[in-house]
Design a binder for this molecule. Structure first.
Ligand code: FAD
Length: 317
């Protein structure tokens, strides 16, 4: 079932979880171990992130180097299929522009359609760790909106090689990312909002936000979206603070602010266990307020912390 159908049929705020494919060498059991403690909360769907390959240099016999792409994690399409079968829950694979050609994207979409997966979250992706700027694949997409248009075309039966599929229409429900504290590359909020609005005009069915720790930022963002004429559901993305180091790492990596009260509380803690406790309490309060405000879904980034997310969801049920 599509994310938008879940939302349309819901009587209360829904719950969804997001997981990361494990590192190569681990099995699907590691995903089940991660998700098992969370499934009693009956999430409406599970998101699975997508990760580009990393660049490595391999020495040739003549001493020169070949740039090769090495994948660190198993593929998102297979993981989504396994989750859907194992739990009978909807899966939402992320699709990214970075590192992928249009043909590879089309192949992934054909596989997803074949497997009965009718949701995708469409993203640009970031530059690889050792590069400063995002560069698209030579035959790929520069912005999420370009990838979104490829999915929307397939929903209308238009493929790269039209003859091949005979106009078969896919029916993907398309999500996109939004940034309550602005995407870090956007010169200002108004510009970022303009591009978000374009993604919606191009066919995005809903928006999921980057994590935030101050609900007011989310409420202001929703108000700005509505002023800009964006009517689709806006789903808050939520993550607990669990270590002192994250006070620096999260703002640096995700370009989000830590509210002073949370930072002061975390800095007072003696151990990371105490920080995790404070972060859990904070996320419970955030979730309660968002639920009371009538958000359609509470979307939790579980990132190796299913026991924390369990405590949060238990507290708001
Ligand atoms: P875009 O919408 O393309 O925007 C990127 C930047 O370009 C913004 O500054 C925007 O204002 C600007 N822009 C947009 N369109 C145009 C245009 N037409 N012309 C000029 N400027 C434009 N990354 C992963 O690698 N894998 C994942 O699974 C993943 N999941 C995520 C899930 C969520 C909910 C979120 C919020 C992020 C996720 N990311 C993931 C990170 C994401 O890929 C990065 O934040 C990336 O830097 C931007 O992606 P986007 O889809 O928002 O890009």
């Amino acid at each position: 079932m599509k994310v938008t159908e879940h939302i349309a049929q819901a009587k209360d705020t829904l719950i969804s979880f997001e997981i990361l494919p494990p590192l190569k060498g681990k099995s699907i059991e590691s995903i089940y171990d991660h998700l098992d403690p969370l499934m009693e909360f009956k999430p409406s769907y599970i998101n699975v992130t997508y990760h580009r390959s990393e660049h490595m240099f391999k020495k040739r016999a003549d001493g020169s180097f070949d740039k090769v792409e090495i994948r660190k994690r198993p593929g998102t399409v297979g993981i989504c299929a396994a989750i859907m079968n194992h739990y009978t829950v909807d899966a939402v694979p992320h699709l990214i522009c970075g590192g992928f050609s249009k043909e590879e994207t089309e192949n992934a979409l054909i596989d997803l359609n074949f497997l009965g997966i009718d949701n995708v979250l469409v993203l640009r992706g970031d530059a690889p760790k050792n590069e400063t700027f995002f560069e698209p694949h030579p035959n790929g997409h520069r912005y999420a909106i370009d990838l979104l248009q490829q999915v929307a075309h397939m929903n209308n039966g238009i493929y790269l090689e039209e003859d091949l599929m005979g106009g078969v229409k896919t029916k993907f429900c398309i999500g996109v990312a939004g940034y309550p504290e602005k995407h870090f590359e956007a010169p200002n909020m108004a510009t970022d909002m303009k591009y978000l609005q374009r993604k919606v005009e191009a066919g995005a069915d809903y928006i999921v936000t980057q994590m935030f720790f101050d609900n007011q930022k989310f409420f202001d963002f929703v108000a700005k979206c509505r002023e800009a004429g964006i009517k689709v559901p806006i789903i808050p993305g939520l993550k607990p603070l669990t270590t002192k180091k994250q006070l620096t790492i999260l703002p640096r990596t995700f370009h989000v602010d830590m509210p002073d009260d949370l930072a002061v509380e975390a800095l007072k803690c003696k151990t990371d266990k105490d920080v995790e406790q404070a972060g859990t309490e904070w996320l419970i309060q955030q979730s309660k307020e968002l639920k009371a405000a009538g958000v359609p879904v509470l979307h939790y980034y579980t990132l190796g912390k299913p026991h924390v997310i369990r405590k949060v969801v238990e507290a708001i049920r």
